[in-house]
Design a protein around this ligand. Structure first.
Ligand SMILES: [Zn+2]
Length: 289
């Protein structure tokens, strides 16, 4: 088979092959015979597409399927694909029907509303597998009353998946919270973080008595979680669920990047009636340390 013009110099220099769901090769990347420097096209017109191991030859190229419609060669993140294959194999070895079962249905008990921060991987830090927790993340784990994305996740989790626990989890060292605390000018995101600044303003006296910025940052991370729990409880979705007698608890937690441990902020609300009392108690508790 000859595919002149379908060869491209490979920047990654990793052996990888990408196939469609039907098993058709879309891209392949690997070493090939010839000079060390390859230009796309004619130099390789007589080479076979690299769909198999070619380690005995030198140089690296990517081969693109003639049937693929993309105009430019795909930049394959080969390490992530390799990691993915290893992970899928490991999961299958542990539990052969794992993916077949998950593909059929997900039955999570929890909705996690957390920060997008890459250091706070929701499932991992609570030891849950895919399928066991429904996750919504955004910068600074905010629940904004007009955020349809978050509200849709909340509604779907409650009404369709019938989760019984909503966990709002913040984390110490949150960059979004720090930017809000410092009034940093980061661009568009300042508008999103304005919600954290509203929390800062609301709790000005609690924050002002702390002498060090680190303390104020930690405290604002905690208060932000408490406020977001209150926001969850005040949505029409949760209020209606409680009204219908649906068992639903809303929790406020915070995660420490420095030791990997979660802490319960003592705000667990299970009904409309509990909300104010829980909120006040949790706010006062943040003064303790
Ligand atoms: Zn964060």
């Amino acid at each position: 088979m000859i595919f002149a013009g379908n060869y491209f110099r490979c920047a990654n220099r990793e052996s990888v092959r990408v196939v469609s769901s039907a098993g058709r090769a879309l891209f392949a990347c690997g070493p090939m015979a010839g000079s060390e420097t390859h230009d796309e096209g004619s130099n390789h017109a007589e080479q076979e597409p690299l769909t198999t191991d070619c380690r005995q030859v030198t140089g690296w190229i990517c081969w693109r399927s003639q049937n693929h419609t993309g105009a430019a060669p795909m930049r394959v993140l080969s390490q992530l694909f390799a990691n993915n294959r290893a992970w899928a194999e490991d999961m299958t070895r542990r539990e052969p029907d794992f993916f077949a079962r998950l593909a059929h249905q997900q039955t999570p008990q929890y909705l996690w509303i957390g920060c997008s921060d890459s250091r706070v991987p929701a499932n991992q830090i609570v030891g849950l597998l895919p399928g066991e927790m429904f996750v919504h993340r955004n910068v600074a784990n905010l629940v904004v009353h007009t955020d349809l994305n978050c509200l849709a996740a909340l509604q779907f989790a409650g009404a369709v998946l019938r989760v019984h626990h909503v966990i709002v989890c913040g984390h110490y060292g949150c960059g979004g919270v720090l930017a809000a605390l410092r009034d940093d000018n980061l661009g568009l995101i300042d508008n999103w973080l304005r919600h954290v600044q509203d929390v800062r303003s609301k709790h000005h006296s609690r924050l002002a008595r702390l002498p060090r910025e680190q303390q104020r940052h930690d405290r604002l991370c905690e208060l932000n979680v408490i406020e977001q729990v209150a926001n969850v409880c005040q949505t029409t979705i949760v209020r209606e669920a409680w009204k219908r007698g649906h068992d639903l608890a809303v929790h406020g937690w915070i995660y420490s990047l420095s030791n990997g441990l979660l802490q319960d902020l003592g705000m667990c609300v299970t009904s409309d009636l509990e909300m104010s009392k829980c909120y006040e108690a949790a706010c006062i508790r943040t003064n303790d340390d």
